[in-house]
Design a protein around this ligand. Structure first.
Ligand SMILES: C[S@@+](CC[C@H](N)C(=O)[O-])C[C@H]1O[C@@H](n2cnc3c(N)ncnc32)[C@H](O)[C@@H]1O
Length: 217
């Protein structure tokens, strides 16, 4: 998964000219790559720096992440939290809970992040807090559902981000050549494009990030 959208040497250059990973993020990146299957799912240096930048710009009180994996993006998104702010993150895989917790502590974020273990579609309706940022990065088939479930919980002007929206470049292939996840991402992109309640930017960063700003209820 995740072909580079730009030549390798330009990606390397971009990484060199992006603020380096913190010690905790670099260690988490390394440990995930060494020990966790499907480590390619981790956001990584440049995307992580982007998420961190968004978080600092928004200064959120509440963040929701759907798809924690080993916690890399949660740590990035928590960087701009207000003093009393909080990040909720959901993952169905309970085996990742320990590594996440260890690195949340190492990043000095214990008490700032709550991990929810279970199916996102069942957990999202239980939240009552308004979210300033939502990051959708779980099973691709359900992006549309997660978008619908979170929409009313996002503050006006709030930001929704969705990862992998270019799905390895497969979204531009003829439909019969797309896999089911690419087809789901293409359907999601169309859903967002047709939704006048948001302004959106499809950012060709890494595997494609759809960035949406809520402008109407
Ligand atoms: C791409 S990874 C998330 C990567 C992480 N956000 C990061 O950037 O480091 C997707 C995660 O979604 C989780 N997931 C898949 N289906 C889910 C579901 N129905 N509910 C909650 N989490 C789910 C997987 O267990 C996996 O850890």
């Amino acid at each position: 998964m995740t072909k580079l959208l730009i030549p390798k040497e330009l990606d390397k250059y971009a990484a060199e000219y992006t603020s380096p990973e913190t010690k905790a993020l670099a260690a988490l990146n390394r440990e995930t790559n060494m020990k966790v299957p499907m480590s390619v799912m981790l956001s990584g240096h440049i995307q992580g720096a982007f998420l961190q930048m968004v978080s600092h710009m928004v200064k959120p009180k509440q963040v929701l992440e759907i798809g924690t994996f080993t916690g890399y993006s949660a740590i990035c998104l928590a960087q701009g939290l207000q003093k009393d702010g909080h990040l909720h993150t959901i993952d169905i895989n309970e085996e990742l809970e320990d590594i996440c917790f260890r690195y949340f502590c190492e990043a000095g974020l214990e008490g700032k992040i709550t991990q929810h273990i279970g199916d996102a579609a069942e957990i999202i309706p239980s939240f009552t807090e308004p979210f300033d940022i939502v990051f959708i990065d779980a099973d691709k088939q359900n992006y549309g559902l997660y978008y619908d479930l979170v929409f009313d919980k996002v503050v006006m002007g709030g930001i929704i981000l969705a990862d992998n929206v270019l799905f390895d470049g497969e979204v531009v292939l003829p439909e019969e050549e797309q896999g089911k996840n690419a087809r789901a991402m293409h359907a999601f992109n169309n859903k967002v494009k047709d939704d006048h309640r948001v302004e959106q930017l499809l950012l060709p960063l890494r595997d494609g990030i759809m960035m949406m700003r809520k402008v109407a209820s």
